[in-house]
Design a protein around this ligand. Structure first.
Ligand SMILES: [Zn+2]
Length: 174
């Protein structure tokens, strides 16, 4: 396992659309392993492949229930609304409330290339939608009210990161 460098805004790769993975091969599996390690180390609750400079439709998520990887995620259904204050590993000094669907049905492939369907709600639904946005070059600040985007101080970011390394929560970056 190795950790990867997380690219930061305004790196132009963050605005690009990622390509579907044609086949889950050893290279894909290694990328998923390294992305998971990178997310845990960051610490964060989600990470999308373009955030490590790979324009591929792969996301990893771990909200404290164990790591989950979704290759070629597709939103099949969405309902309800919820607002979480989001932070992003590629914009580590910002946070803002973002409104998203509160319940989603996602299809995709797991790390072995096996197709699956996943129903998610609450924080998991928000993290998956945030990561899927990355695959289309969209950032949380694009969805936030500009007046509600908060710049965090050094103290605030280090407090957030130490809290998040102990326990995964909605405060963690994604
Ligand atoms: Zn993000």
């Amino acid at each position: 396992m190795s950790t990867l460098e997380i690219i930061k805004y305004p790196n132009p790769l963050l605005k690009k659309k990622s390509k579907a993975v044609k086949r889950v091969d050893d290279r894909t599996k290694k990328l998923i392993t390294d992305m998971t390690e990178t997310m845990h180390e960051a610490p964060g609750v989600g990470l999308a492949a373009p955030q490590v400079g790979e324009l591929l439709r792969i996301i990893v998520v771990d909200i404290g229930e164990g790591p989950l990887a979704i290759v070629n995620p597709k939103l099949k259904k969405r309902s309800g609304e919820q607002i979480f204050v989001e932070g992003c590993l590629s914009l580590p000094n910002l946070e803002a409330p973002v409104k998203r669907a509160s319940k989603i049905l996602v299809s995709g492939m797991d790390r072995n290339g096996k197709a699956f369907l996943l129903e998610a709600e609450a924080l998991l639904a928000t993290v998956i939608q945030h990561e899927m946005d990355h695959l289309d070059g969209k950032l949380f600040i694009d969805r936030a009210d500009p007046g509600q985007i908060k710049h965090l101080s050094r103290e605030e970011t280090s407090k957030r990161d130490s809290t998040c390394s102990l326990e995964k929560s909605e405060e963690c970056m994604m």
